[in-house]
Design a protein around this ligand. Structure first.
Ligand code: CO8
Length: 258
């Protein structure tokens, strides 16, 4: 396991683990920490031995959001000049699936980080919220956009305007998370899901992720065209031949990601 300043990383069974490691501050996200998360995710994205990325947090909470001490000193011009959210944009470009294993508080920027994952397993104790409005600001790393696209305008407005805490059951009901489990089992469940995905053909997984994400932004027609191109592209892969040959030979395929 590699320990950076604010995160830990490791790799096992084709899964790249990124663990937020600032438990005394409920994994509050400072700029350096976001940079480390994204840099680690990009390294796993490039590593052919990694097929899925699993993001979790040490301690009781996934993350209590942006580091308020750091944020309190910010100025509008300096954030613009720094291109404050460039790291977050890079996170959206990760091609491999990211599974978030969350528990406890998932607040503000922590909620936005969770919404940047492709799949979410949540502990039954999880509380999601956007408390920015109580601090005189608003979500800035995609919260108003991603939550609205996920649950619709009605609930997004209610939750972001009131800073109400959403429990795991409600999050499941609105499709924010995939599954609920006991908090102590969150990592294990996420890992089981990661293992299932890691066993599939990596190129297919990659293009499925890309195509489903396009469905959120594209018209149905554009999305169908995009899907079709990706479908055709998989027939240029060795794994397509291997997958179909293995089916005919009644054996398990040996996917190699090419
Ligand atoms: N930033 C900095 N420190 C924090 C944060 C935070 N977000 N959350 C908790 N901490 C620190 C506390 O200051 C405290 O430190 P210390 O022990 O040195 O005093 C320690 O963590 C423990 O916290 P509490 O004593 O408050 O513990 P409680 O169990 O009483 O309460 C809560 C836990 C409910 C999580 C509470 O700490 C809280 O409300 N935290 C703030 C939550 C919040 O408002 N988050 C949103 C921030 S705004 C935001 O995320 C904007 C996103 C913009 C883009 C994203 C950029 C990354």
């Amino acid at each position: 396991m590699e320990s950076l300043s604010f995160i830990e990383t490791s790799m096992e069974d084709k899964i790249g683990f990124i663990t937020l490691n600032r438990p005394k501050q409920y994994n509050a996200l400072n700029r350096q920490m976001i940079h480390e998360i994204v840099t680690a995710a990009e390294a796993f994205d490039r590593d052919p031995n990694v097929r899925v990325i699993l993001l979790s947090g040490n301690g009781q909470a996934f993350s209590a959001g942006a580091d308020i001490d750091e944020m309190a000193e910010e100025g509008a011009v300096q954030m613009e000049l720094r291109n404050q959210f460039a790291d977050w944009d890079r996170l959206s470009l990760i091609k491999k699936p990211i599974i978030g294993a969350v528990k406890g508080y998932v607040l503000g920027g922590g909620f936005e980080l969770a919404l940047s994952c492709d799949l979410l397993i949540a502990g039954s104790d999880t509380r999601f919220s956007f408390p920015e409005v109580t601090l005189g600001v608003m979500p800035g790393a995609g919260g108003t956009q991603r939550l609205t696209k996920l649950v619709g305008k009605t609930k997004a407005l209610e939750w972001i305007l009131t800073a109400e805490r959403i429990d795991a059951e409600t999050a499941l009901q609105y499709g924010i998370i995939n599954r609920i489990t006991e908090p102590e089992n969150v990592l294990m469940e996420a890992r089981e899901m990661a293992e299932k995905i890691a066993a599939q053909a990596p190129l297919a997984v990659r293009l499925i992720k890309e195509s489903v994400h396009k469905a959120v932004d594209y018209s149905l027609y554009e999305g169908m065209q995009y899907e079709r191109k990706n479908f055709y592209m998989l027939f240029a892969s060795e794994d397509q031949k291997e997958g179909m040959q293995a089916f005919a030979e009644k054996r398990k395929p040996n996917f190699r990601g090419r």
